[in-house]
Write a protein that binds this ligand. Structure first.
Ligand code: GRF
Length: 207
């Protein structure tokens, strides 16, 4: 990993509020980093518009022929763009595809994801809906390193939110997102400062 400002490549499929939170935390000086490229598998994803508004190189690269994974020719194209921009870490911000072996090996322990639940509870899709229907009283978000499983990698940071009786999926997701927007910049800062040590499944904070 370079000793200069950490270079971040962001992958997202949707509205990009986490991308925006990271960009804002760089702009306000909380995070000493640079977002060098944003890639989306959805041509009209709002995350691409946000990137262009911030003058960040923004790419649409289709994930076809696959729907839920990044593999083959598309995976190669993603890797090429990320290498061309010399990214130190790859940040998944609402990227709706499973990352496969080739990319995991290329960026070993340098790909992170944010998930809208307290893992290992409620992996997979629409975790806030899963939490609501299960009836938990507390949920939250998790930033973790990405491994070959779905939402299974070593955990960097978790933040909690209460679940209220009158919650709807939308209200709960919005409450979780407020915490996501703090958790992601904090996790990236820990990586940028070289403050993390991974021992098996456990991620420890040095000092
Ligand atoms: C977030 O809730 C994140 O936890 C999940 O996808 C959503 C992305 O939201 N992985 P946004 O595109 O960053 O607003």
């Amino acid at each position: 990993m370079s000793r200069d400002r950490i270079k971040i490549g962001v992958l997202g499929s949707g509205k990009g509020s986490n991308y925006q939170a990271i960009a804002d935390s760089i702009a306000n000086g909380f995070l000493d980093a640079e977002i060098v490229c944003v890639i989306s598998d959805v041509a009209d994803a709002f995350i691409l518009e946000r990137a262009r508004n911030n003058n960040t190189p923004a790419y649409y690269i289709s994930g076809a022929p696959y729907k839920t994974k990044l593999e083959g020719k598309a995976e190669d194209e993603y890797i090429q763009v990320l290498l061309r921009h010399k990214v130190d870490i790859v940040v998944l911000a609402g990227f709706m595809r499973i990352i496969k072996k080739k990319m995991l090996e290329e960026f070993y322990r340098r790909i992170i994801n944010i998930h809208p639940s307290l893992l290992p509870s409620f992996p997979g899709m629409e975790a806030w809906k899963q939490a609501l229907s299960y009836g938990v009283k507390v949920t939250g978000c998790t930033v973790h390193f990405v491994d070959e499983g779905t939402d299974t990698g070593p955990i960097i940071i978790q933040k909690t939110v209460p679940v209220y009786d009158d919650d709807t999926p939308e209200k709960l997701h919005a409450r979780i997102q407020v915490e996501e927007h703090k958790a992601y910049p904090e996790a990236i800062k820990l990586i940028a400062n070289g403050s993390l040590e991974i021992e098996g499944r456990r991620v420890k904070y040095k000092n």
